[in-house]
Design a protein around this ligand. Structure first.
Ligand SMILES: Cc1cn([C@H]2C[C@H](O)[C@@H](COP(=O)(O)OP(=O)(O)OP(=O)(O)O)O2)c(=O)[nH]c1=O
Length: 216
């Protein structure tokens, strides 16, 4: 596994828990970015775009703080930075999760929107996409990918939706639900990574981290 320190560009308690449960102890530096999306963008591109935006925002902050140049802003005539052979450069990790079924569902802004989302996904299959970006700070080494999990919901009632909204906290969750909480009883089954639904698909992240320094 990589010796690079990991900077988690996220304020999501779920993402840090997933990393900690696998033995990482990331530094937390949430990214403060505008999460509005370009018109007409698809869900996979949307989550990759936002994960890259979050990771870049934190990378630029980090480089400013350390007085290091941003390699992405060098022009072709500039001398490139020397190859870094030490393991001192941290890897910045950012993610973004949305639910989609005919439309992209992010975090609901109010009770009505939460209700509409939960009614839309009931008794049917929907998709949860998480985009992930890893950037070795101050270098051009970066990866962005998207993982999709299929989720089948049971046929719950309007009353059950309202009870759920009133008892739980749907407003910081994409699609207004959390698979890791009481909503799990409304989920019939899933296909794909469970932790991808919670906000970070660890297995593909671990694969990238373990091969990080071996890559060309
Ligand atoms: C579908 C689903 C989403 N979620 C969460 C994961 C994400 O935290 C959130 C989607 O919002 P995101 O914008 O992906 O992340 P965030 O705002 O919580 O954190 P940050 O941008 O700082 O990284 O929804 C669950 O916890 N369980 C679920 O079952």
């Amino acid at each position: 596994m990589t010796e690079h320190e990991i900077i988690l560009a996220s304020q999501s308690p779920r993402r840090v828990e997933i990393l900690r449960s696998h033995g990482h102890n990331p530094v937390i530096r949430p990214a403060d970015v505008d999460e509005s999306l370009p018109e007409g963008i698809g869900p996979r591109d949307a989550v990759m775009f936002l994960s890259l935006k979050k990771a870049r925002a934190v990378e630029l902050d980090y480089l400013r703080e350390k007085g290091l140049p941003d390699p992405a802003s060098l022009s072709f005539g500039d001398a490139p930075e020397e190859e870094h052979t030490d393991s001192a450069r941290p890897i910045i990790l950012a993610a973004d999760t949305v639910v989609y079924k005919e439309e992209i569902m992010g975090k609901p802004k109010d009770r009505e929107e939460a209700f509409r989302m939960l009614a839309k996904i009931r008794n049917d299959v929907h998709y949860v996409a998480t985009g992930v970006t890893l950037i070795e700070a101050g270098t051009l080494r970066r990866r962005t990918f998207c993982e999709v999990t299929k989720v089948w919901c049971r046929d719950y009632t309007d009353r059950e939706i309202l009870d759920y909204i009133d008892r739980e906290q749907p407003y910081d969750k994409a699609g207004a639900y959390a698979i890791q909480g009481p909503f799990r009883e409304h989920i019939h089954h899933i296909e794909g990574y469970y932790d991808n639904v919670v906000g970070l698909p660890y297995e593909p992240v671990a694969r990238l981290l373990s091969g990080w320094d071996e890559e060309e």
